[in-house]
Design a protein. Structure first.
Length: 190
């Protein structure tokens, strides 16, 4: 079974919306406003590109990333890896042609089937609603969280508010940085 890793920039109060400057959100671009950039704090992002063999995202994240990421020098390995977009509305003619192989999945069940295939880790970027659905379905195996020292209040959150049994996580890697960022890597305990 393939490992599904959710990776996120997240505020201390759980918000993941518009970290890079996506329009339409009051605090858009919060990851780089008033926070000193320390390359060591982002080492995990490079490691993710080396370790992952596929990328998973929801439609909204795909529509935000696909016009930008294919030509960004910071993400060369993502261009070559297989991409999967979970959407009930996206069509193949809406996919970009310069970002490698992309497959549309229609449901959480399709993601569960993907996890059963041969291959290495699948990295899940952005996609707050998809993260919530996959977490609630017990499909996420690991979290890579870069926690920013901010309280954003409103905004899309990584974790759902579903009333469910407690989910135990095991901290397998962590580090705090001089700029206040914290790296927390958790394995989901089954």
């Amino acid at each position: 079974m393939r490992t599904l890793i959710s990776t996120a920039f997240i505020s201390l109060d759980g918000v993941v919306e518009a970290p890079g400057g996506e329009p339409g959100y009051r605090n858009s671009g919060w990851t780089f406003k008033n926070i000193e950039f320390l390359p060591d704090a982002f080492e995990i992002k490079g490691r993710e590109q080396q370790e992952a063999t596929a990328m998973l995202m929801g439609r909204v994240s795909y529509e935000a990333f696909s016009p930008v990421w294919p030509d960004m020098p910071n993400f060369p390995n993502y261009k070559a890896m297989s991409k999967y977009v979970v959407s009930t509305t996206l069509t193949t003619d809406q996919l970009v042609s310069n970002w490698g192989e992309t497959t549309i999945l229609r449901s959480v069940d399709d993601v569960a089937a993907l996890k059963e295939t041969e291959g290495g880790p699948i990295i899940l970027h952005g996609s707050a609603a998809l993260n919530q659905a996959l977490s609630d379905a017990g499909l996420i195996d690991r979290y890579h969280l870069l926690v920013f020292p901010l309280l954003l209040g409103a905004g899309k959150r990584l974790f759902s508010a579903t009333d469910k049994d407690a989910q135990q996580l095991k901290l397998v890697e962590h580090e705090a940085y001089a700029n206040g960022l914290q790296k927390n890597v958790f394995d989901v305990v089954r």
